[in-house]
Design a protein. Structure first.
Length: 243
């Protein structure tokens, strides 16, 4: 397990598919995203390395309803009893994971049957889980995070901003693969226009409050995150201008 900044941990034992984060705070620990199916034991072991028990998990936050982010949600809920939260719009995908589809591009439509078949395999099968509570843009959590609605990759995708600590947990609103900040993949982002708007929102509305950024995919940005976000917005604008 890797401590990114004080109180924020990356459960890297689950492998490189997608990140699971632990936030240690006064009342216990919050799990942000849950990795692929079968990640439960490793996530709970990581909680144990902090000297905590499953009962110390106070909340499980789903940034969005992709298999690599909610794959172990049901099992973790069962093991910890912690309340599950997501955006109000994302409730549908948590309760009906099979409704998640590739984008409506020619390639996306072509692979949809294969994608649906893959989701039936044990290693990709997601058990439905109803959230205990849903949130909307601007809601504040006891952990110090503000919910930011960042749709595009999925309709109810959220990012989490901790203004006091200047930390953004971005989910898949952006990625940092290969050390390069980028937008979510078009093949699995049904609304790229909205995804770009969400990145603009993060940069323009919150950029001055952000130093550290962690994403669902790629390495953490420990400092200078706000400037990096603005650079991504500039790059997207330039690409759209050339198109």
């Amino acid at each position: 397990m890797q401590e990114i900044v004080p109180d924020l941990w990356d459960v890297d034992e689950i492998g490189p598919t997608a990140h699971v984060y632990l936030w240690r705070w006064a009342e216990g620990v919050t799990i942000i995203d849950t990795g692929m199916p079968g990640s439960t034991d490793k996530i709970l072991a990581a909680v144990g390395t902090l000297g905590l028990q499953p009962s110390d998990v106070k909340r499980i936050i789903a940034t969005h309803g992709d298999v690599d982010h909610i794959g172990s949600l049901k099992a973790l809920k069962r093991a910890t009893g912690a309340p599950v939260i997501c955006h109000t719009v994302e409730k549908e995908l948590l309760e009906h994971p099979n409704r998640r589809k590739p984008a409506g591009t020619p390639l996306g439509i072509l692979i949809r049957p294969l994608f649906s078949l893959a989701m039936l395999l044990p290693q990709f099968h997601v058990e439905p889980q109803s959230p205990d509570r849903t949130h909307v843009d601007g809601d504040k959590l006891p952990e110090g995070f503000t919910i930011i609605h960042t749709p595009g990759h999925t309709p109810g995708h959220i990012s989490l901003l901790h203004p006091e600590r200047r930390i953004l947990i971005a989910g898949d609103a952006i990625h940092n693969r290969g050390g390069k900040l980028g937008a979510p993949p078009p093949l699995f982002t049904p609304d790229m226009e909205n995804a770009h708007r969400s990145i603009w929102k993060l940069a323009k509305k919150y950029g001055e409050e952000i130093d550290t950024i962690v994403c669902g995919h790629g390495n953490p940005i420990v400092s200078g995150g706000g400037a990096r976000l603005q650079g991504l917005v500039d790059h997207i604008f330039e690409a759209e201008t050339r198109a």
